[in-house]
Design a protein around this ligand. Structure first.
Ligand code: EPZ
Length: 429
């Protein structure tokens, strides 16, 4: 599927943000750790979530979708601790089932996640954490096998700040015997959300959101009803859509505190940002100004917003430097953006962006989820037509992306094939 975008209209209006995908992935894994019913609300209806739910069903847990944004999970009937290869190929975050199954059943077998298109993504810190809890954790014939005769609390120091390792270790340690101290932990809002959810199931986790997390293992986890926090990155993407199109957009159902790094950059770039209790309004009336940005773990500027800010800087006045310090291969969209007239040079992990006065529509292809969304923003701000191919990546993490953009006045349609693309372009003439 492709998006056909006619650029040039400022986006104006309100948009409601859904639940956080990356929190939901950890929370769904946590849900299987109880033998009682767990109801998750504010679940985003996106592909990565739906694949993880299939994986959870695949190991025997009961999964009942009460509505598109609510699911009831019961892990009492789980009949295998081996997670099918197919799921891990489709989404990396199936590896959260390692921590969840290891904690609950003291054994888990999940295929080793392969390389992803944003750079090499090792899992050594996950394994280090499991070993710190007294488990054996090896890679055997392409499978990660973690097992423990006695899963016990431990003192674990992460060498790299890792969102995935922090969540995986919290999951396993929640049901280990004794106390775990996890140092140099990731502090992202979704870490806090997974910890809160586990606590609502009877876990005893303190300090999530700081770099030291203390977990007192409990015997069992009970059922709960839990609502996921809003998605910081979906919100940030719409905030930058306002900036790129010189629009006026209010993102609703957000936690403004989680958006501070994003808001600060928009203000530096000349936008007006107004915070409300659970909404943020971004108004941009004139040409954006250049700035420099470096991606960092939370509370720094998120790597998942790097392509979106780079698109905005590609039309800002002056020269900007964007440093990617989390994933080495996250500039793959730059060649696509160059086709639209952007002037960007990448040297190692730094992109030097000379702002041009305007982008022009072109045929481009989404290399990954966030870069795909960023290319859509580029198309919305560009002159003429942009066709974004490989939209399947975007659907992994954005629910009804085109529909939400249309509600703000964007001219964006889905096309199934080339004939459809030509028809849409002609219709709009
Ligand atoms: C999570 O990935 C997110 N995914 C990513 O979002 C996000 O980009 C990333 O965190 C950073 O915020 C999910 O939550 C499912 P990391 P994760 O472990 O957990 C190195 C999106 O677009 N590292 O925090 O895989 C690693 O190479 C996605 O929604 C090790 O060296 O990221 C990287 O440089 C894409 N060893 C850094 O740590 C390890 O064992 C941070 O990675 C683990 C990680």
């Amino acid at each position: 599927m492709q998006y056909v975008i006619k650029g040039g209209s400022p986006l104006v209006g309100d948009v409601v943000i859904g639940g956080a995908k990356n929190a939901a992935l950890g929370i769904l894994a946590a849900a299987i750790m109880s033998d009682e019913d767990v109801v998750i609300e504010n679940l985003p209806d996106v592909r990565d979530i739906n694949v993880l739910l299939e994986a959870i069903e695949g190991i025997g847990a009961a999964v009942c979708r009460l509505d598109p944004h609510t699911v009831r999970i019961n892990g009492s009937a789980i009949n295998t601790i081996r997670v099918n290869d197919d799921y891990i190929k489709r989404i990396r975050a199936s590896y959260y089932l390692l921590g969840a199954l290891l904690g609950k059943y003291r054994r888990a077998e999940v295929s080793l996640p392969g390389g992803c298109n944003i750079g090499s993504r090792p899992i050594d810190q996950h394994l280090k954490g499991f070993r710190g809890l007294g488990a054996r954790a090896e890679v055997d014939h392409g499978m990660v096998v973690a097992s423990a005769d006695h899963l016990s609390g431990g003192h674990i120091y992460l060498d790299v700040v890792s969102v995935g390792a922090t969540i995986n270790i919290m999951l396993a340690a929640a049901l280990a015997d004794g106390n775990t101290i996890l140092e140099n932990a990731a502090k992202e809002p979704h870490i806090v959300d997974v910890a809160n959810m586990l606590n609502s199931m009877g876990a005893n986790i303190k300090g999530a959101g700081t770099d030291i997390i203390r977990i007192r293992g409990v015997q069992r986890l009970h059922g709960t009803v839990y609502s996921i926090i809003p998605d910081q990155i979906e919100a940030g993407t719409f905030m930058f859509a306002a900036a790129v199109t010189r629009g006026d957009v209010t993102v609703k159902n957000v936690i403004p505190k989680h958006l501070e790094a994003i808001s600060a950059k928009l203000i530096e770039m000349g936008c007006e940002v107004v915070e409300f209790d659970d909404a943020v309004r971004v108004v941009c009336k004139s040409r954006l100004r250049h700035t420099h940005v470096k991606t960092l773990p939370y509370p720094g500027f998120p790597t998942d917003m790097q392509p979106q800010i780079s698109v905005a800087l590609s039309v800002a006045e002056g020269t900007s430097m964007v440093t990617e310090s989390i994933f080495e291969n996250r500039f793959k969209y730059v060649d696509e953006l160059a086709r639209m007239g952007a002037d960007i040079k990448v040297e190692g992990n730094v992109a030097v962006i000379n702002g041009v006065s305007r982008l022009t529509g072109a045929d481009v292809s989404a290399p990954d989820l966030r870069a795909g969304a960023a290319l859509v923003l580029a198309g919305l701000g560009a002159e003429g037509y942009t066709v974004v191919d490989e939209t399947k990546y975007i659907l992994r993490g954005y629910e009804r992306f085109d529909e939400k953009l249309r509600s703000l006045g964007a001219d964006i349609e889905q096309a199934e094939d080339e004939k459809d693309v030509r028809r849409l372009k002609l219709e709009a003439v």
